[in-house]
Design a protein around this ligand. Sequence first.
Ligand SMILES: *Cc1c(COP(=O)(O)O)cnc(C)c1O
Length: 388
Amino acid sequence: MTTQNPIFIPGPTNMPEILRRAVDMPTMDHRSAGFEGILQPALAGVKQVLKTTTGEVFIFPSTGSGGWETAISNTLSAGDKVLAANNGMFSQKWIDMCQRHGLDVEVVAVPWGEGIPAARFGEILAADKKHEIKVVLATHNETATGVISDIAAVRAALNASNHPAMLFVDGVSSIGSMDFRMDEWGVDVAITGSQKGFMLPVGLAITAFSPKAMAALDAATLPRWFFDVRDMRDGYKVNGYPYTPPVGMLNGLKLSTEMLLDEGLGNVFARHARIAEGVRKAVSAWGMELCAVSPDLYSNSVSAIKTPAGFDANTIVTHASDKYSVSFGGGLGDVAGKVFRIGHLGSLTDVMALSGIATAEMSMVDLGLDVTLGSGVAAAQAHFCATA
Ligand SMILES: *Cc1c(COP(=O)(O)O)cnc(C)c1O
């Protein structure tokens, strides 16, 4: 197994050498003045990436899933009602977490490959005259199916019925790769992790709370200790954590946000869009289709590619790993065996993407699929030639 090749799973993503070095720090006394110079720029950088001026950022030693738990446990009480769509593995897991916390989840089942049904949400919210729904959950980018949902439309559905429910958005596989506007979209809790758009190792749950979400902290009675945002807020006031902070990871995050902002968020999103389109051009050249049912839903961070009926898509993933030491994502849950996924987010160039497309092609040809070597690569090359 060589470690030379880039990775094409939709997280953890490829780590730039400079970020690996930033994370690898000598031990620092986290109660020394030096920590302030890491913590505060990291918090400020995340705010800019999230496009929020009013949100408060809280970063926990955890993963994206810990961000989900931070959001719900700090703002809700057992029996509270939340509204969510199940349109993929990640939205489904967040629903499961809510149910295990004793929340009453109104689940809108959506065929996997479709987005959040904002119009249906609008009907449900309008019918909820007593305002029993406390929170609407939204998975911005469903990583299992490669589907991006329209968060502005979910916000508009809330506003149309003057519904006071908060809007919590899982941006784990969108933030830092696709546009995310916390303030403009009225997001009350935004959630991500360190290992996707931020190009870092796994290890941080990154959250941001709106003033409205902050105002809900004291009334919420779900048990929490490790993820209590109030303790974290008090810690930050004196440049500390309620426990030992992951200093190296925070140092990495400080640098990662600098890198994203130096490149320019618009340029970062345009790079992801261009590379994603190159992958999609390759998929069409192979005569295949995406799991995402329409172009407005195509994710610029991951493509889930449907393989012919009767063919186990996971064999592409194991074969590419065994023979070429290149990793792709398998299908999850309802689409297991039906799709394989090419992650194209984080630290990625056109040239790297071409190597992934070429390897997927070699694997599919090895496995006897009706794909011509070079067809997808040529389609992506033409796109990159024209747009780079
Ligand atoms: C990766 C991912 C998660 C889970 O994050 P972990 O860091 O694995 O806990 C949640 N939601 C989405 C959309 C993801 O892509």
